[in-house]
Ligand binder design. Structure first.
Ligand code: BGC
Length: 755
């Protein structure tokens, strides 16, 4: 490994400043005289988008031929850590072969609204799921000696005004919803780089947000790599460097600003040195891991793309129609059967070296069906001739499979969706065909949820998401039962757009995006509101059935600095082999004063088990402090003492078993009694409770007597008193101000040595 200190000491100020921006669109600078080589980065994150010439970051110009794997919206539905590792490793192999040092992904922003145009690139509405899967993808890629760039840090949850708007998010929501996936990946997978987002976070551009880039990312989480700007995200060059942004991409003409700032004393040379050292460290790490003459097998990766997609597709509904029989008379309708939409538009767009449609896959397997186009996959226009042809074909068929989905123009990087509908021509065709043939199966190609006005008229729906270049083979294997569906929804499908939690606030006024729904994102909202949804978070059917039994906890009581293991037995009671994603949710039942408003349940564990018919396996989950904690809004975590329910199930709305855990908060937050402390706070405090009850007991008798005479029950009086500050009790009671001061001093004295 190169001696970075020595190289740094030999670099001129100008050379150091210039290392902190790109050489061109995709390459970093080199310093040949000091043996610093040039490295290249490229987009992903679901394949490799390496551009040779005519570079751009919007997916406009071509890139080299590569393999397009399923997008993150699909891979998240696998709920399969090993699969994401495998995917990351495959992308890493391609980077080695193409001499790319860092792949720009995974993108792990939370799906705050299904309208975000880029949701197809993101994993989930749930931070735990996004973090667990993102970490495995990073580990997989980096296991091949290739760096990753976890993006977009942070709160880039919409495309509308993404370059300038400020995401206005309270601290608790940031800590519980928008940061944990980044935190998990940084702490567990050591990504080589993190990419900051374009937007402002609470008024400060992410690219110059010291709290995010230095205080949280480095000081708190221990991030070791370099921070790169999203392409063109830097506002003030010197301020960005001071805040912790190391590399500006792509190239820029502003390196002299850094030189001037160091010369004038506005920027310390140590800050610059630190940034350069971080960049050099990654350059030489890459050099050390570079495999000369590396190659990869494109066909094998194509096959892998299909296998991965087979683990991702979600069977949303199935009323005895699927799997199909090869012997039946089946009609396929919809242009997506021939030209599938398998990826989204923008910087993640891959130049797939080949695609395999459902019709291709049928031909390869020797299965015969009739095909009608039905509609155009590009325009939202009814074509009466195509409709008539399809209607005539399905009349006497055993089943009709309609390949529907969103056209490219409906969802993309760069702008948000306007609504959640499919093109009208598709909705109309689905209604007509399902009336003509009761066995209508809908196969969907979309990057994010859609409304389904026809949901009750069709017996089966298979969600493929944007399934990568081999989506057709996965669809056919799943439809005909060669493969058993095992994906689960990583996001809620709402009944309608106006049901969504951020509906009143999204996308904001163009200047600010106010995250008014707070922590109640996705199922956290729908559960609390007891709202009907189209399909809940975690939902997904199988051709088999699974029985849950014997949930047990390794301990019934723990302190919050201990962990506990939950285990449950899962049996395949169906007739075919399959996989079940067992989900564990935690529910805070403490109901304590001082505890926060919390979601009804939060995902804190999942495990995907492969089971043959009749086979039983045990799913185990390790739960620690963070499984029970909520953010105190100041960077700390609270786990109030009391009862927590452990819920295990097959979806967020299909809980099959529950157990209760008693938890004691190991370290209480510092508490100081003041005249404004509430009576209920004193009574909820483990150290003060007994003393305050003793004091109150002597008062209680008089309360009861008064209550009888004034027809207000003692219970009512007590309830009113509970929420009163102690100064007001003193005001109405016989207490003097001096007595109140004495009481406060006495109680604080009790706390003194214990916290
Ligand atoms: C996108 C990033 C991408 C970068 C480079 C930006 O517009 O937001 O995700 O990595 O371009 O193409």
């Amino acid at each position: 490994m190169a001696d970075i200190k020595s190289i740094l000491s030999q670099m001129t100020l100008e050379e150091k400043a210039s290392m902190c921006s790109g050489f061109d669109f995709w390459r970093l600078k080199s310093v040949p005289r000091l043996g610093v080589p040039q490295i290249m980065v490229s987009d992903g994150p679901h394949g490799l988008r390496k551009q040779d010439d005519q570079a751009d970051h919007l997916g406009v110009n071509d890139s080299i031929k590569a393999v397009c794997f399923p997008a993150a919206s699909a891979t998240a539905a696998s709920f399969d850590r090993d699969l994401l590792y495998k995917l990351g490793a495959a992308i890493g192999e391609e980077c080695q072969a193409e001499n790319v040092a860092v792949v720009l992904g995974p993108a792990i922003n939370i799906k705050r609204s299904p309208l975000c145009g880029r949701n197809f690139e993101y994993f989930s509405e749930d931070p735990y799921l996004a973090g667990e899967l993102g970490a495995e993808q990073v580990k997989g890629t980096q296991s091949k000696g290739i760096g990753t760039s976890v993006k977009h840090f942070a709160t880039n949850n919409q495309e509308n005004h993404r370059l300038s708007a400020s995401s206005e998010v309270d601290c608790r929501t940031l800590r519980e919803i928008y940061l944990p996936a980044f935190e998990k990946i940084v702490k567990d997978a050591n990504p080589w780089t993190v990419m900051c987002s374009y937007n402002k976070v609470n008024g400060v551009y992410a690219s110059e947000n010291k709290e995010l880039l230095t205080d949280i990312l480095r000081s708190e989480w221990g991030f070791q790599g370099f921070v790169v700007s999203n392409w063109g995200a830097v506002n003030e060059r010197v301020e960005a460097l001071k805040a912790g942004l190391d590399l500006e991409m792509p190239y820029t003409s502003s390196d002299d600003l850094i030189v001037d700032a160091v010369k004038s004393g506005d920027l310390s040379e140590e800050t610059l040195d630190q940034a350069v050292a971080r960049i050099l460290d990654i350059i030489f790490r890459r050099e050390a891991e570079k495999e000369l003459n590396a190659t990869y097998d494109k066909e094998a990766h194509h096959k892998l793309a299909g296998e991965i997609e087979g683990e991702c597709a979600v069977l949303l509904k199935n009323e005895n129609v699927l799997p199909l029989s090869k012997e039946s008379k089946i009609v396929f309708v919809g242009e997506f059967a021939k030209n599938p939409r398998f990826q989204g538009g923008g910087s993640s767009h891959i130049n797939a070296f080949k695609t395999e449609s459902a019709l291709d896959a049928l031909a390869a397997r020797g299965i015969k069906v009739e095909y009608c186009q039905g509609f155009s996959a590009i325009a939202d226009e009814v074509d009466p001739a195509l409709e008539e042809e399809a209607l005539a074909a399905v009349k006497d068929a055993d089943a009709v499979v309609i390949f529907a989905g969103l056209p490219d123009s409906f969802e993309s990087e760069g702008y948000d969706r306007k609504h959640l509908r499919l093109p009208e021509c598709q909705n109309r065709l689905i209604q007509k065909l399902s009336q003509a043939n009761p066995n209508a199966v809908i196969v969907l190609h979309n990057g994010s949820p859609i409304e389904m006005p026809w949901v009750d008229s069709v017996p089966a729906i298979l969600e493929m998401y944007l399934g990568g270049q081999a989506v057709g083979s996965a669809a056919i294997d799943l439809l005909f039962g060669q493969k058993n569906p095992s994906g689960k929804l990583p996001e809620t499908f709402p009944v309608k757009l106006s049901d969504t939690p951020s509906h009143l606030f999204f996308p904001g006024d163009g200047k600010t995006a106010f995250y008014g729904e707070g922590i109640f994102v996705g199922y956290r909202y729908y559960e609390k509101k007891e709202m009907p949804v189209l399909f809940p978070f975690g939902h997904g059917l199988s051709y088999s059935e699974f029985e849950y039994s014997s949930l047990s906890l390794s301990k019934g009581e723990i302190s919050s600095d201990e962990s506990v293991v939950a285990s449950i037995e899962i049996k395949n009671i169906g007739k075919v082999s399959g996989k079940e994603v067992v989900q564990l949710y935690v529910s805070d039942k403490t109901g304590k004063t001082g505890s926060a408003l919390r979601p009804l349940k939060e995902l804190k564990g999942f495990s995907k088990l492969a089971l043959d018919p009749g086979e039983t396996k045990t799913a185990t989950f390790q739960l620690d402090k963070r499984s029970f904690a909520f953010s105190d809004g100041k960077g700390g975590w609270r786990t109030p003492s009391g009862q927590y329910e452990i819920l295990v199930g097959s979806s967020s709305r299909d809980i099959r078993a529950s157990a209760t855990l008693n938890l004691t908060e190991a370290k209480l937050p510092k508490f100081i009694v003041t005249p404004n402390t509430l009576v209920e706070e004193l009574l909820a405090h483990p150290i003060l409770k007994a003393e305050v009850e003793k004091l109150m007991f002597s008062q209680q008798k008089s309360v009861e007597t008064d209550a009888a005479s004034e027809a207000i029950s003692a219970e009512m009086q007590l309830a009113m008193m509970m929420e009163a500050p102690i100064r007001s009790i003193a005001m109405f009671g016989d207490f003097t101000r001096a007595q109140l001061a004495g009481l406060i001093e006495h109680l604080n004295g009790l706390l003194e040595d214990k916290q």
